[in-house]
Design a protein around this ligand. Structure first.
Ligand code: HEC
Length: 86
């Protein structure tokens, strides 16, 4: 699992670098991307596989549509991206 996570992180970084280069030549924009990893704390308290009953009950109450659970530490959830015209 560690190896898979490292591979995903490497691919995300490669895509970020490619995206930056692509944006610089095509759109004349600088583009910055940063992966959003799931940290053991605090993220897994709400997004992990084992959520405390109190937190689970509150999440069910406030966010009944929430499906963002069952993740592990280091899982990539997406990326922040910023584009800056040059
Ligand atoms: C207190 C509980 C809580 C904590 C702690 C928390 N989240 Fe969330 N997060 C939620 C809830 C609830 C939603 C869904 C919100 C909605 O449906 O509008 C959500 C949504 C998200 C989403 C968008 C939905 C998706 O699955 O793509 C991402 C990404 C996310 N959280 C990442 C993180 C990351 C990374 C951390 C840690 C830095 C974190 N969250 C910490 C409760 C939490």
């Amino acid at each position: 699992m560690r190896t898979l996570k490292a591979a995903v992180a490497a691919i995300a970084l490669t895509l970020a670098i490619f995206g930056a280069a692509n944006a610089a030549t095509d759109d004349v924009k600088a583009r910055y991307m940063k992966a959003i990893p799931t940290a053991a704390k605090p993220c897994l308290a709400c997004h992990g596989a084992k959520i405390s009953p109190e937190v689970a009950a509150k999440l069910d109450d406030i966010y009944p549509e929430d499906k963002a659970r069952g993740y592990g530490a280091g899982d990539i959830r997406g990326a922040f991206t910023i584009r800056q015209p040059m």
